[in-house]
Design a protein around this ligand. Sequence first.
Ligand SMILES: Nc1nc2c(ncn2[C@@H]2O[C@H](COP(=O)(O)OP(=O)(O)O)[C@@H](O)[C@H]2O)c(=O)[nH]1
Ligand SMILES: [Mg+2]
Length: 168
Amino acid sequence: MISGRLMWKVSVVGEPDAGKSSLISRIVFDSEAGSFMGKGLLRKKITIQDQNRMSQAELILQEIDGLPENDKLLAGSSAIIIVVDVTKDVNKKAMEKFIKGANKKALIVIAANKIDRKYEAVTWREDLDPFVKNYNLELFLISTKIPETVNGMIKEIGKLLMGRINGK
Ligand SMILES: Nc1nc2c(ncn2[C@@H]2O[C@H](COP(=O)(O)OP(=O)(O)O)[C@@H](O)[C@H]2O)c(=O)[nH]1
Ligand SMILES: [Mg+2]
């Protein structure tokens, strides 16, 4: 049994304009505007439905521009969401380096964002799949403008983090 309050620090990283602020805004406020910077860390309570049990947890969201290496800011992150803009080329070398350097204990998730503009996409699932396979990551195709895609990802992240606690 888990008692007390679960708090998970979630770091949202990625190139400028990938959609990190928009993603956090969607998660926390269910809105599109990403102009909350300066308000510090943002929190979101989530409910996790795992088999027969419901659990509550709080996500503490932190935005970091770029793919920081050895960044103290990342310390203590339960999850790291790498936001990738599918309408731009992905720097695979930088991404691989970042993933290799990141804390092995953190759940690493790639959020391939802006799929509402998929007709302009230059980065495809096939480009990201090797990371998923080689490093055992999770990949979600999302658009911060399509709430269901973000909600679905957050639900899944909640389940995965809960599963880690329960030793699954
Ligand atoms: N079409 C589309 N635009 C998006 C999406 N997510 C973010 N944007 C836009 O991309 C730009 C950069 O977003 P922002 O959240 O500030 O990126 P950040 O620099 O990573 O924090 C803004 O103009 C957003 O409106 C998306 O899913 N679809
Ligand atoms: Mg931002």
